[in-house]
Each structure stands twice: as C-alpha cells, then as structure tokens.
Design a binder for this molecule. Structure first.
Ligand code: ADP
Ligand code: MG
Length: 399
C-alpha cells in the first residue's frame, strides 16, 4: 500500500468546506434506520472535522436509484439517525451541487454538518462524469473519503472528487487501510488465510491471489467440497461445483509451487437432510461420505489440527464460514476456530483480520468479534482487496 494523506495532515481548516464521502447505505425498515453501525463508523471523522471548525458536507449513496430521483431513496430519511449518533443538528440539502448547496454553505457556521442528497440520483455519479464531479467540487475546499466500503467503485464521489480537491482518508478509512496492510500488505509471518463460504466460483480470484501470499491456506465451507472432489473424494450430495475441479487442481498446483500449505478437512459433519439437528447427523472421515449425504461442516479432528496451525501463525485473514453456520450444529467448526483465533489475538500472538457479510455474522454468532484485531464490514471492497486488486477510491488518496 502506498502512503495516503490522512486527517492528521490537514492544516487549518477553520471555516473551510469539507466534502466528506461516508457510507450511509443503512439498513432501514418502515422508514427507520435499524442498524446505525455505519453512522458510528463515520462519527470520529465528522467530529474531528467539526472540532477543527470545518463546515462538513456529507456525501453518500443510498440504494440503487439508477440516476433518477426517488422519494423512497432520499437521504433525508437518515438525518435523524445521524443527528442522534453525532449529537448535533444536521441540515438536509436536497441537491448535491449548484446554487442550493452554495446557499446552504452560506448558512452553515464553522463546525456545522449537512447531508447532501443521494449521489446516485444523478447519472454522473456511477459514470464518474468529470463535469458532475466538478460541479460538486465547486462547493468544497477539500475532500475526505471515509467510505472504504465504496472504494472499489470509481464513482464521482468515491474517486472523481479526489482528483479535483486536496484529498484525505477519514479515520475509518485510515483504520481499515492500516489493518488490511497488517494482514496482507506487510504482514508478520507466518500468515494463514481461512477461506470458506458456499462456492469456489464466488471466490476464485481470492484463492488464486492468496496462494501466492500466505503460508497456510485453510479451505472450509462448501468450497472445500469442490477441492475434495478434485482430489478424487466422493462428496455425495454435498454442494459441489464439479465443473470447477480442474480450476481447483490448478490452485492446488500453484500453492505447491509457492510453498503455501493447503489444508482441507479430513473429517466432516454430514447429514442426509439440511435441517437443524437432523436424525441422520454424523461425523466421518471425508472418504466415508455416503452417496445420499451432504457435508455441512468441518469435523472436530480437523478443527483441532487447524487450531494448532493458527497457534504457529502471527497473522490471520479470514473470509467465509467453515460450515452452514446458520443451522445448528453446523456452526461448530466456525465457532471453535473463531474462538481459537480470538484467544490468540487477545494473548497478542496473532493479528486477525476478518471480513465478509456472512463471516461477520458468524463471528458475532460465536461472540468473539470484539477480540479480533480488525473486522471489516465492507463486503465487496474487502473481497476485491483480498483478490489483490487496487481499489480506485484508495488509489486516488495516494500521496
Ligand atoms: P461471506 O459473505 O462472508 O463472503 P459467503 O457468502 O461466501 O461468505 O458464504 C456464506 C455461506 O456459505 C453461508 O450462508 C453458509 O451457510 C454457506 N456454507 C458454508 N459451508 C457450507 C456447506 N458445507 N454447504 C453449504 N453451504 C455452506
Ligand atoms: Mg455472503
């Protein structure tokens, strides 16, 4: 990761106008925000800038209005929730550029906050139209990006603006970039990666990238079945992408060449039907799965061995649950490994970084999310980073 500008690099911004890209794509029900995690993530940056006396204009997208105004996707809906988190009155501006925004800037006092309308109401946002970005930039003095979760998209408010104004990473963005750098950019070795989840096809590029980066690649979840099948194991009725066994073998070969040890389960938890605590539940060696059985979790012996692998490592990056954790007892491997990783992190021997929608849910379910070194809630951006791609929103902040 190249060096990037942060809020600590700001000079005197008293009375200056900050255009601050945040993530306000909040979960809502019946017009109410049901989870304010993303607002809380943006709060340190907003507070930092208001305390420095800047006028803060928040930029964000909400939903997929596809370049048209939509009354059900207006950011006016989130104003109350933002006020509650930052403990301050917030002005809503129903435009993103032009005179209306200029007038709002005139009314705002240093240290005040406003939310501009949903950036995706304008077609120029997703097209990263330079004219659109210029019109937004005209009302600001500098730009801050605090939305890592949107950094994999080169849109006007995530990338274009950084090209037009002095650009800085916000506090959340900074924390995310520093954590990710510790996990894969510049990690302490040995490094382990856990990759699980449903399908190999959704994470092919992740696997390909990781084999060249890590010392241990632990494959679990449904995707382990495809690798087992590639090795000639009969996985019965398990979720398995038989058309990808060739690709799985290529990944295993590449791992071999780069000195990466791939760990596949040797015992598994199987059942004939996918339900909670089914009567057909049993644990067996991977070579003993019957034709009418499904592999739904990694077995206890493999979990213990994997725990021992983690004990020898200094860094762990984790994406994807080890089993169908939403249904008991197929959460056992995920929960056990999560607890081991959390304990090692707490002791200080392991730097652990995890991300992915279901992964975060699984770690919360295991009750250990707070003990991980860093949990990314960024989804798509986290996965693209795990693929080793340069994220346009991050690249634009480079010094
Ligand atoms: P993330 O959102 O963290 O990137 P994924 O979406 O790739 O993770 O995968 C999560 C899903 O994988 C979960 O819904 C889980 O039930 C499923 N899964 C894990 N192991 C298995 C398995 N052995 N068989 C079927 N589904 C599985
Ligand atoms: Mg998912």
């Amino acid at each position: 990761m190249s060096a990037f500008r942060k809020l600590d690099d700001l000079g005197d911004v008293s009375g200056k106008v900050a255009l601050v890209r945040v993530d306000l794509n909040l979960p809502m029900r019946d017009g109410d925000v049901t989870d304010d995690t993303r607002i809380r993530a943006a709060a340190p940056t907003i507070r930092d800038l208001t305390e420095k006396g800047a006028k803060v204009l928040l930029l964000a997208h909400f939903g997929r209005p596809k370049g048209e105004r939509s009354s059900t996707m207006s950011l006016s809906m989130v104003v109350g929730a933002v006020e509650e988190v930052i403990g301050k009155e917030v002005m809503f501006v129903p435009e993103i550029a032009g005179d209306v925004v200029a007038q709002a800037v005139g009314i705002l006092r240093p240290g005040d906050v406003a939310i501009l309308e949903n950036s995706r109401f304008w077609k120029g946002e997703e097209k990263n139209d330079p004219e659109f970005a210029k019109a937004i930039a005209a009302n600001g003095d500098f730009y801050v990006n605090d939305a890592f979760s949107a950094a994999h998209r080169a849109h006007a408010t995530t990338e274009g603006l950084a090209r037009l104004l002095p650009a800085y990473a916000g506090r959340s963005m900074q924390a995310e970039l520093e954590a990710l750098d510790k996990a894969l950019g510049n990690p302490e070795k040995p490094v382990a990666a856990i990759v699980g989840g449903a399908k190999v096809s959704s994470k092919l590029d992740v696997l390909k990238h990781l084999v060249g980066q890590v010392d241990h690649l632990i494959i679990g979840g449904g995707m382990a079945n495809t690798f087992l099948a590639a090795k000639g194991v009969d996985v019965g009725k398990s979720l398995c992408e038989h058309d990808l066994t060739g690709t799985a073998n290529e990944i295993l070969d590449a791992a071999d060449k780069s000195g990466c040890t791939v760990h596949l389960p040797y015992d598994v938890v199987v059942a004939k039907e996918f339900a909670a605590n089914p009567s057909s539940l049993r644990t067996c060696n991977v070579h003993e799965v019957a034709a009418d059985e499904m592999i739904l979790d990694v077995g206890p012996q493999a979990v213990e061995a994997l725990g021992d692998v983690l004990k020898t490592c200094r860094t762990l990056v984790w994406n994807g649950p080890m089993g169908a954790f939403e249904t008991e007892p197929f959460d056992m491997a995920t929960v056990a490994l999560a607890r081991t990783a959390a304990a090692l992190s707490k002791e200080g021997t392991l730097t652990s970084v995890a991300g992915g929608g279901d992964t975060v849910a699984a770690l919360n379910h295991a009750g250990v999310a707070e003990d991980f070194s860093y949990i990314s809630t960024a989804g798509g951006a986290f996965l693209e980073w795990m693929e080793g791609r340069e994220l346009p929103g991050v690249a634009a902040l480079a010094k």
